[in-house]
Design a binder for this molecule. Structure first.
Ligand SMILES: CSC[C@@H](O)[C@@H](O)C(=O)COP(=O)(O)O
Ligand SMILES: [Zn+2]
Length: 218
């Protein structure tokens, strides 16, 4: 059972954050969303500190040594520690959304395949599980999940994501708390880890449905 923090509140301790990250990795692995060493997971601990997965480990088999502390710019507090290669994307989310307390990144087949055949967004409409996203009290709604091109240059990729957030902020529905990197995987965030897992599961369910629907419609 994951500890639930107050919405918008940061996790109380590195120990609690580490436990929540380990449990989240196991859960994502059960669904097949973190194959090989894919995926990364973080929790905001304070205005200046983030607990995040170490780079290169299997996220379904984490122990406490697999979670390290970085500052708001993604610099490890212990010199020499190797934080996730995508730490800059986590920091970008926390910088832009003060209410974000947890970030999840996975490589599901559905997100990977759909993003490879989509333009700059994946439209999810009419699903009951849309209600897991903020401001959507009914299935009679739609979200345009942003899709951005994959890039091994993380600061440049983060710049593209920020440009999409600026565009979306001026549109009805505003910014969706998630995006997909084409052919790579999904990022989702929420106020705390249980909330982020709920959003990720809802999103992955809808992406899997979308993929299946397109398959049978051919
Ligand atoms: C298995 S390669 C995947 C990585 O390139 C990356 O996309 C990823 O999700 C995990 O990187 P990590 O540095 O372990 O956080
Ligand atoms: Zn990845």
């Amino acid at each position: 059972m994951l500890a639930r923090a107050r919405p918008g509140a940061v996790a109380e301790s590195l120990t609690a954050a580490t436990e929540a990250i380990i449990a989240a990795g196991r859960r994502m692995d059960r669904f097949g969303w973190v194959p090989a060493t894919a995926g990364n997971i973080s929790i905001r601990l304070s205005a200046t500190g983030i607990a995040i997965t170490r780079s290169g480990g299997h996220k379904g088999f984490l122990d406490s040594s697999g979670v390290i502390l970085v500052d708001a710019e993604g610099r490890p507090l212990t010199p020499g520690d190797r934080a996730s290669a995508e730490t800059g994307l986590h920091c970008g989310i926390y910088r832009r959304f003060p209410e974000a307390g947890a970030v999840l990144h996975g490589h599901s087949p559905a997100a990977t395949v759909l993003s490879r055949v989509s333009g700059d967004a994946i439209r999810l409409a009419g699903y009951e599980l849309l209600k897991a996203f903020p401001g959507l009290p009914t299935h009679e709604a739609a979200i345009d999940l942003p899709v951005v091109a994959n890039d091994q240059d993380i600061p440049r990729l983060q710049g593209v994501v920020e440009a999409r957030w600026r565009e979306a902020a001026g549109q009805p529905g505003g910014v969706v708390p998630g995006y997909v990197i084409r052919g790579h995987g999904v990022y989702v965030w929420a106020a705390d880890m249980p909330g982020a897992l709920t959003r990720l599961e809802a999103l992955e369910f809808m992406l899997a449905c979308e993929l299946e629907q397109r398959r049978i419609a051919r």
